[in-house]
Design a protein around this ligand. Structure first.
Ligand SMILES: [Zn+2]
Length: 947
């Protein structure tokens, strides 16, 4: 499954820099939910399902469905009970039959907490096969999970209903009684009723469509072929009036609502991704299913869902229209497609034995999301983008004391849902990339092939994975992992411990040696945790130096073992810099002694700076700013490192820099030093902002469109009036022409946001109407994000009110994004959003998905609260409205803590940053600080006219 993961640091350019759009509901927290934890949560192992036959009749108009399931089970251990999962179903009849004698059912019981339905028999069942025949009814849900109904509007305003399913991880039990755990694999034969003018699709191909049947109101039955062995959470079906485009053989189809099917053709190219994965893994996808259906849903709970043979997406991640959709949309379609296709093996063919190992599914899907898409699109630099989009985000999330190990036991429905987080996805993907690099590609591939082949139609565990990789490593001639290093021993330190290491390189410049030590990195700083566990890792090491700047060999040339606090080795020449962790493949941060940092900073200012690879330039920035934020390194060093950015033209290090600046921007927004901060940042950004210009150039690299938009966003944000007037003019012209002038698609995120900041209500309303009218989901998302950039409080309140108003036109899955766009795009809007949240707790909870969403929103908002007055305001609001917060009460307290931490951070670091900026801006050759951006911008304007 592909979820939204919020990356708090990327606040300025949310729709530009992120492969995954933000949503506070899955934010960077990695909390454990222990409420209701119960070790009896697992089904007993005495009965296993073999085959399900399911018949479903959805009554859309009446909001309910009738169902019947016949489950063939085998009783494998003596028992007098059969226990299976049921949720929100009314069971009307139960019959148990068998060739064996069947004792009478003495009682049936339901446990709401565990969602267990238990048949108790008068005597013990003989071991063998039984058939459970259950008839029931249930409500069609309207929240896009379980068995649900939804709708879309046609261009003529007609409402079209459809029904669909979303079962991950624990919602299949809401559509039919079942053994709803991933390891209980079975065959499924689905039949679903619908109107004759509708079409039904499911995991398997349809076997037949019946004639209208009077017992179901003259609906017809579509019956599907029986599936291979699969887990319940991967079962899917849909009834709609959707249409499709297909490949030549008809085995690869893209479905959408009829009016959008013209934008479905681009995704047919996704077949290349599926073929690439078939080849890489050595098991053809079509061995499991003869077809692949992909559906673009107008409303969906998640970005996409990997149901075997029937993948569902939000429209934005499947439909693409030239001239309207962006380069980012195109990339997302490729990467999200690769993610879901990778699941057809990692998750579907080999399923994690239990949710404790979700990373065996989601971590691999995240890795292949980039790896496979990179193979099909080699010029897109996706593995480099992986480091700044996935790996850096994983590190930020995993550096808090309340992070969790990748492997983690889960004992309740809430806990199962909670492990679909940034740790399973991003850290999982990152340590898989580390594994690839220290094993070498041949061993990595062969090991994964063995893991898949050995466990097809069964389950996977970390142990099975390590065994397969060890076998490949032992047997392949080109193994690069040798000697005392054992894969399981190494990887246990990365999967069973939370957090990750910081290694510190301390050089002896006289003896040309260095000591490299390890400790756990904590974002709140050394000593901030009461955890007395001694965290140690097996750490793959490699080093480049100024005389030997070979950044491409990413094998481990040395290891710090878990039993080692530090290692001692030779270093480069005294005058050389050294840089550890080539291409940042190891999941750790690196600190150096001050002299080495200075050597690096000085070298970056030379024309040879590109001898350091783009990923390692990004690493230096990301590490330095996170080390400084946590107190391990002085801000003087981190900020000095950014001087060279005036000559940086690469998207990858710039992304790391923008993320670093975003934190400072948020923290310093109300500080007296903010004007100097703007001057300095703009002085770094202006060369790239100017050189890329506002026009897309022929021959631009794929990632240039991202850098162009980001540099413009930052230039505007840092106060460049030329940039602001440019965006405002673009939007004004767009309005004046009734939407007939064209804004380059890849600049729309920037233009809409910056252009709407001071636009009047007429322009804003015009853009809102565009949101309602456009047929393209990507364009909708860009407008949605831009609408929150307005600085007019009345407009913002109106927009926020739309998000809690039924029939306002905002799609349900856009409500949260609308709220987020308000507080994340401008410091002055934070207080408006905060007030609105407290004044509308019940309505936000109702329309956004519950009080837990309110809690997450509060915590995310708090990352923007940096002053004493904001703290007082927050505390006042909590005391005034606290009785409405319910389960969000603890998040409210956490929001207070976050705000206090921000204030403390400012107390600690604001002075150093102020001093550094003053020194920098007043040094020879710099412009007067208060006018820096203005003068540079006007200069640019003049140059522009002259050019
Ligand atoms: Zn996934």
């Amino acid at each position: 499954m592909m979820k939204y993961l919020t990356l708090i640091f990327a606040v300025i350019t949310t729709s530009v820099t992120l492969a995954h759009d933000p949503s506070p509901k899955d934010n960077q927290k990695t909390h454990k939910v222990k409420v209701g934890a119960n070790e009896d949560y697992r089904l007993p192992n005495n009965t296993v399902p073999i085959n399900y036959s399911v018949w479903l009749v959805p009554y859309t108009e009446e909001n309910y469905f009738e169902g019947k399931v016949v489950i063939e089970v085998t009783v494998v251990a003596e028992t007098s009970t059969i226990v299976l999962h049921v949720n929100q179903l009314e069971i009307s009849s139960v019959a148990v039959t068998s060739d064996l004698s069947v004792p009478a059912i003495s009682t049936t019981a339901y446990d709401q907490d565990l969602q267990f339905y238990t048949f108790t028999f008068a005597t013990a069942l003989t071991l063998g096969n039984y058939s459970l025949d259950i008839e029931y009814t249930g409500q069609l849900r309207n929240d896009s999970v379980g068995f649900y109904k939804s709708y879309y509007n046609t261009s003529s305003g007609e409402i079209k209903w459809y029904v669909s399913s979303f079962f991950a991880p624990i919602y299949a039990r809401q559509a039919f009684p079942c053994f709803d755990e991933p390891a209980f694999k079975a065959h499924f034969t689905i039949s679903i009723a619908h109107w004759p003018d509708q079409v039904a699709i499911s995991n398997a191909l349809d076997e037949y469509v019946s004639e209208p049947n009077s017992t179901i109101g003259n609906r017809v039955w579509t019956k599907f072929y029986t599936t291979p062995l699969m887990s319940t959470y991967l079962v899917a079906f849909m009834v709609s009036d959707f249409e499709y485009v297909a490949n030549t053989g008809g085995s690869f189809r893209i479905w959408s609502r009829p009016e959008a099917v013209g934008t479905a053709s681009y995704s047919l190219a996704g077949e290349l991704l599926l073929d690439n994965l078939s080849t890489f893994i050595g098991i053809n996808y079509n061995e499991s299913f003869p077809k692949m259906d992909q559906v673009a849903l107008p409303t969906s709970a998640t970005t996409a869902m990997e149901n075997w043979g029937l993948i569902t997406y939000r429209e934005r991640w499947l439909l693409w229209q030239d001239g309207v959709s962006t380069t980012r949309d195109k990339q997302n379609i490729e990467t999200v497609g690769a993610h879901e296709f990778a699941h057809q093996w990692f998750g579907n063919l080999v399923t994690p034995e239990w949710w404790s190992y979700v990373w065996l599914s989601e971590g691999f899907a995240t890795f292949f999301e980039y790896y496979t898409a990179a193979q099909v699109n080699p010029s897109w630099r996706l593995m480099e983008q992986f480091t700044v989009d996935i790996y850096h985000a994983a590190m930020l999330a995993d550096s808090s004391d309340d992070s969790r190990p990748i492997n983690e036991d889960v004992y309740s429905p809430d806990e199962v849902k909670s492990v679909f987080d940034v740790i399973s996805y991003y850290k999982g993907g990152s340590i898989i990339r580390m594994l690839l690099n220290f094993l070498g590609e041949p061993v990595f591939q062969k090991g994964l092939q063995t893991y898949q082949a050995n466990n097809s139609y069964g389950t996977g565990t970390p142990e099975k994975l390590w065994d397969a990789l060890k076998e490949a490593n032992d047997n392949l001639d080109d193994s690069i992992l040798i000697g005392h290093v054992d894969i399981k021993t190494v990887m246990d330190t990365w999967t069973n411990q939370k957090g990750y290491p910081l290694i510190t390189v301390t050089r002896n410049y006289t003896t040309e040696t260095q000591t490299i030590s390890q400790e756990r990195f904590l974002l709140k700083g050394r000593g901030s945790s009461n955890d007395t566990t001694e965290y140690r890792w097996w750490i793959p090491l490699n080093v480049a130096s100024q005389s030997s700047p070979s950044f491409n060999n990413t094998r481990a040339t040395a290891w710090i073992r878990a039993q080692d606090e530090s290692v001692f080795m030779s270093s480069g020449q005294t005058s050389d810099w050294v840089i550890c962790n080539l291409q940042q493949t190891g999941f750790y941060r690196v600190n150096y002694d001050e002299q080495n940092w200075n050597l690096i900073s000085e070298y970056l200012l030379t024309s040879n700076f590109t001898n350091i690879s783009p990923i390692n330039r990004a690493q230096l920035i990301d590490d330095a700013f996170n080390l400084a934020r946590a107190g391990y390194l002085s801000y003087n060093i981190a900020l000095s490192l950014t001087r060279y950015l005036r000559q940086e033209t690469d998207h990858v290090p710039w992304t790391a820099a923008f993320n670093a600046f975003a934190h400072l921007d948020r923290m310093l927004a109300r500080s007296t030093v903010y004007a100097n901060f703007q001057s300095y940042i703009f002085s770094r950004v202006s060369p790239i902002h100017n050189s890329l210009g506002y026009t897309v150039q022929d021959g631009d690299e794929h990632v240039t469109s991202f850098l162009r938009a980001n540099s413009h966003s930052w230039a505007c944000r840092m106060g460049c009036p030329g940039c602001n007037s440019q965006s405002q003019q673009l939007v004004q012209d767009f309005y004046n022409s009734g939407g007939n002038t064209s804004i380059a698609v890849d600049l729309r995120a920037w233009a809409y946001c910056e252009g709407l900041r001071i636009a009047d209500a007429n322009v804003w309303n015009f853009m809102w109407e565009r949101y309602l009218e456009t047929n393209v989901a990507g364009e909708q998302a860009l407008i949605l994000s831009g609408l929150g950039c307005s600085l007019d409080e009345n407009i913002l309140l109106r927009y926020l009110t739309f998000s809690i108003t039924e029939n306002s036109g905002l799609r349900s899955h856009d409500r949260l994004a609308a709220f987020t766009s308000v507080y994340s795009n401008s410091p002055s809007n934070v207080d408006v959003a905060l007030q609105f949240l407290f004044h509308n707790i019940a309505n936000i909870s109702l329309h956004y998905g519950g009080l837990n969403v309110v809690g997450n929103l509060l915590q995310n908002l708090a990352t923007h609260l940096v002053s004493e007055s904001q703290l007082v305001n927050l505390e006042t609001l909590i005391s005034e409205y606290g009785d409405q917060l319910g389960e969000a009460a603890s998040s409210a307290q956490r929001a207070i803590e976050i705000t206090k931490e921000n204030i403390n951070w400012l107390d600690t670091y604001e002075g150093d940053i102020t001093q550094w900026l003053e020194n920098e801006l007043s040094s020879a050759g710099n412009l007067p600080t208060a006018f820096g951006p203005i003068i540079l911008c006007f200069m640019y304007g003049i140059l522009n006219l002259a050019g």
